[in-house]
Design a protein around this ligand. Structure first.
Ligand SMILES: [Zn+2]
Length: 168
């Protein structure tokens, strides 16, 4: 569960470097949707540590729209992030998810051109962060920009390898 900005950076970089997405806006929408829809919450959380996430995903959604491809990109990014970052502690997860979005917002905007209005869910994203009751004062900045940059790069490549979108 990397923060929304990181999800959007993966999505944007993927489009820039690999293309193949007709409706970029829908791809971006899909990349944030799983975190916004309460109906998907339990399903999406269960995939966080499931190495069969691709299979589980295609059991529920077809990879036939740019929105669904975006959702799959999100699910894959969550899985890789948790597998690679080694963060077990709940507080750290909280810092990473909510507080980190606040800390990295300027960096992500500057480096990747990421703003929440890239999606149709600007209002929902702002509400999600506002309702998180995050403690920005005591929050720790856990990931350095270098770690974030490296993660985004690796994830874009992993998605390019996986995204043969054949449903298999
Ligand atoms: Zn997620």
């Amino acid at each position: 569960m990397p923060c929304i900005s990181i999800h959007l950076a993966v999505a944007k970089k993927y489009v820039q470097e690999h293309g193949g997405i007709d409706n970029v806006q829908e791809f971006y929408n899909g990349n944030v949707y799983a975190d916004l829809d309460v109906g998907l919450k339990a399903w999406h959380k269960a995939l966080h540590f499931d190495k069969d996430y691709k299979q589980k995903f295609v059991e529920r959604f077809k990879l036939d729209t740019d929105f669904n491809k975006g959702m799959f990109c999100h699910v894959m990014t969550d899985y890789l992030f948790l597998a690679q970052m080694n963060i077990g502690d709940e507080n750290l997860k909280r810092d990473l998810y909510y507080t980190y979005d606040v800390f990295v917002k300027d960096y992500m905007k500057k480096e990747y051109g990421i703003t929440y209005d890239m999606t149709n869910y600007t209002k929902e994203i702002n509400e999600l962060i506002a309702n998180s009751q995050m403690d920005t004062k005591n929050a720790k900045v856990i990931l350095s920009p270098k770690i974030v940059d490296d993660f985004i790069k690796r994830t874009v490549e992993a998605f390019a390898c996986l995204s043969a979108f054949d449903g298999s």
